[in-house]
Design a protein around this ligand. Structure first.
Ligand code: ADP
Length: 367
């Protein structure tokens, strides 16, 4: 009788301990930011945390294998089921990726990690699974891959033409003639292009680290503008007309302002090749100076204009016609920002574009 009672009490104590440890375990599963669940050794799902129900919109009633199959992307389902059973077979745990549908119907990539829980004697008790949202990470990786492929392509084009020019010059070197001049010209142009691309990449990485340094001083803005893009002016194909307040001084970094002008002018030539006249105006407005660069090219659709100053944005990404990394205007915007100015565009499709920026007037010339 005594023995029976002791046994009964031991069973009750053990059951209580088990209930408490399970309660603790489930509580832990609710505190983590991921979706989490447990499986028995034969793959049966035992418990899901609240995040699972919140994310999938499934209820306790619909949360069965049929329900599960409706939230895994159909293209990922067969591979996921195979990975899941392979992980259970090897007994060591593992991970794989799949797309899970959220309650609002959108799929997001998740990293599924499944780990075995063993008792003190090393026997498998159950499996614990977690699903971590990696959608953003995958998007960033994709963007990085796309960028590397665009950047390599952009660099390859001028490098190929530089190589071709140098090969021809090499062949001509024993009998120098005037025929070498166009080759030298081509080599220089290609080199300039490579230089601009590398400068753009370097500037962007500096901006990412918040290291864009400027060395401002009082300068006559018109002088910097007229000095900029001399090679384009001397070629004589395009006319760059500068009008307005030719004496106004600003407190700015000459090299950075030149960089903005090169970007605006080369963009006008690149995206409006038939508009041979590029107009630059310099106006003083309420303590600021506004510089505008106008072309009569194809213009930019209004819905795209607000993205032009974003990193890697290209309004015409059909690709083949114009080359570029989509960094130039982003760098211009950052330069203008550190000068406490503003930047913008006015453009109408079929009529042309005016890119503008403002800079504070130099202190001593404020009227
Ligand atoms: P990139 O020229 O390398 O693409 P930018 O940042 O300089 O990069 O320009 C971003 C985008 O803005 C370009 O891809 C182009 O679509 C558009 N754009 C810039 N300037 C002009 C212009 N003058 N006319 C029409 N589109 C332009």
């Amino acid at each position: 009788m005594q023995l029976n009672q002791e046994l009964e009490e031991r069973v009750i104590r053990r059951t209580q301990a088990l209930t408490e440890s399970e309660h603790l375990f489930r509580n832990m599963m609710e505190t983590i930011p991921q979706i989490a669940w447990t499986n028995t050794n034969n793959g049966r799902f035992v418990f899901y945390n609240v995040r699972w129900y919140d994310y999938t919109g499934l209820s306790e009633k619909t949360n069965n294998i049929t329900g599960l199959k409706t939230v895994v992307h159909p293209d990922d389902l067969p591979k996921s089921l195979t990975s899941f059973s392979l992980i259970r077979q090897n007994g060591e745990g593992g991970e794989f990726q799949l797309r899970l549908k959220s309650a609002d119907g959108l799929y997001r990539w998740h990293l599924i990690r499944v780990m075995p829980i063993k008792n003190v004697s090393g026997e498998l008790q159950l499996w614990v699974g977690t699903a971590t949202d990696i959608e953003e990470l995958r998007l960033l990786q994709q963007q990085k891959d796309d960028f590397i492929s665009i950047a390599s392509h952009e660099l390859k084009t001028p490098l190929t033409s530089l190589k071709a020019a140098l090969q021809l010059l090499e062949r001509m070197k024993d009998s120098p003639s005037l025929k070498m001049l166009p080759m030298i010209n081509q080599a220089n142009k290609s080199l300039l292009k490579v230089n601009l691309l590398v400068e753009g990449l370097l500037n962007t990485s500096k901006l990412n680290e918040g290291q864009l340094s400027i060395n401002p001083k009082n300068i006559v803005l018109a002088n910097v503008i007229i000095d900029s893009c001399q090679y384009i002016r001397s070629e004589g194909v395009y006319t760059i007309e500068t009008k307005g307040d030719m004496d106004v001084e600003v407190y700015a970094d000459v090299i950075r302002i030149d960089q903005i002008m090169i970007n605006f002018i080369t963009n006008a030539i690149k995206y409006a090749p038939d508009s041979k006249l590029i107009k630059i105006s310099i106006e003083k407005l309420n303590g600021m100076v506004k510089v505008s660069v106008s072309d009569k090219g194809a213009g930019i659709p209004s819905e795209k204009q607000r993205f032009l100053f974003d990193r890697y944005y290209r309004a015409d990404n059909s690709g083949s016609q114009y080359t570029g990394l989509g960094l130039g205007l982003y760098i211009c915007a950052e330069i203008v920002k550190v000068h406490n100015g503003e930047i913008g565009v006015i453009s109408e499709q079929g009529k042309g574009s005016t890119f503008w920026f403002t800079l504070p007037v130099a202190y001593r010339s404020v009227a």
